[in-house]
Write a protein that binds this ligand. Sequence first.
Ligand code: PLP
Length: 388
Amino acid sequence: MSDVRPFLPFARPEIGDAEIAEVVDTLRSGWLTTGPKAKRFEDDFSAFLGDPKLHSLAVNSATAGLHLALEALGIGPGDEVITTTHTFTATAEVVRYLGADVKLVDIDPKTLCIDPNAIESAIGPKTKAIIPVHYGGLAADMVAILEIARRHGLGVVEDAAHALPATCGGKLVGTLGSDATVFSFYANKTITTGEGGMVVSHDEKLVKRMKTMRLHGMSRDAFDRFTATVPSWYYEIVAPGFKYNLTDIAAAIGIHQLRRAEEFQQKRQAIAESYAHALAGLPLLLPPGPPAGDLHSWHLYAVRLADDASLSRDAFIEALFAAGIGCSVHYIPLHLQPYWRDRYGLAAAQFPHSQHAFEGLVSLPIYTSLSEADVARVAAAAGAALCG
Ligand SMILES: *Cc1c(COP(=O)(O)O)cnc(C)c1O
């Protein structure tokens, strides 16, 4: 039996008139690529995080931002970077771009964030950095992770693709004191520019390198040694850099999305609370809320089927799809992906918590325009599939 109501997608961006007007203004301005709007978006982003010492660099994806941060940290061949198996491949692939190797570790079974104890056990002589992921918008245990990094002299680059805004110990992710933090503005993230990202850092040296590498390895600094006024046409190429700058067209969207980030978070939190209420009593493990006083961005609402549920995760997703509801799985762990599995000879038994979570994991629709009626519809379909 199929549902005649409109299909409920898994994710949907909320773009307002202000975003549209700003894009039109950019198109009419004659300046389309990186310029005044990208600069404004960066300044607004630093202001949003409320930390005057923080630098924000707009990039054309979070993947680009992660790559830039690791490059600036000097990661290269012979180095190892520790990250979670329970993530999107972008988190890990950037390590391979630089010729370094990835050491995947297991997660905390409650939060599905990287397990600090697993990090500690994975540290070896080649380890140079850690990339924690704030899974679904719940901050990883950054107090423990930063302490481990300090003790072993390791870099920390946070994959905060899900975590705008989220807090850890009352402080916004982005201001926690890691070397760099990277946000994503991909179409399904908590704020969007279509494609885009932001790297933030306190480290002047790192910021300078990332700025240079973001645009072809171009620098105007060398000229400063000889004269105070640099001609507008002058630059030097100091490295084979990348093409990772954000366009003003995209930044125009971001400026207005950012203004709504808190409102969006509140809407997502209300949806998460509605789900918790509507799904209570079903054989599902619901995602944990944040620690008292902390903020969860609720990028994802990922539930897990109970071990003794009457149907498989795959059948559950099919049943919801038949009811006109889109779901997803975050993530197929990297240890199951052919490239990562084969390169490092990985087996599921090495990652029992991620593996077990994956087998029952389903991300339900969550986005700002999801209504109470939509939540009730998802809960009813879930109930019918599990208990019908
Ligand atoms: C979306 C995502 C990325 C990549 O973001 P892009 O902006 O698409 O490059 C990286 N890590 C995680 C965990 C993500 O969800």
